[in-house]
Write a protein that binds this ligand. Sequence first.
Ligand code: RB5
Length: 148
Amino acid sequence: MIAIGSDHGGFELKKEVMAHLDARGLEYKDFGTYSDASCDYPVYGKAVAKAVASGECERGIIICGTGIGMAITANKFKGIRAAVGHDIFSAERSVLSNNCNVICFGERVIGKELAKKILGQWIGLTFKDGSSTPKVQEIRDIETENMR
Ligand code: RB5
């Protein structure tokens, strides 16, 4: 199950992404927002991050105007590794090098076709143990030190 959310700045792209997930037969849960009315992005970044951090969902997609506010919000949660993924290479490395479990998009930055292409690739990738494992473990150690 994929958790998805946006603020008003990402609302149109979220609809496109959900249609893409539907077309691919991928299950998702929409954590809002549910209209294009102005709202506060941390509310929706938090909802998606909590769903992933708790294990309710395996991965998250969060969309705002730039993707930045959502990434900052999501990374405040223990166990969340979120990155803005506006190009294929970075999105791919976010999983393979950093074991990211949340991808963030900015509707005001990226076109819908590129977002869907990136997502199509990102969803199929999984982190594999190797030279990146100790580095991701160091991130976990920092979380243990700094987060309750
Ligand atoms: C709009 O409120 C805009 O600030 C938001 O969508 C996002 O880009 C924040 O990072």
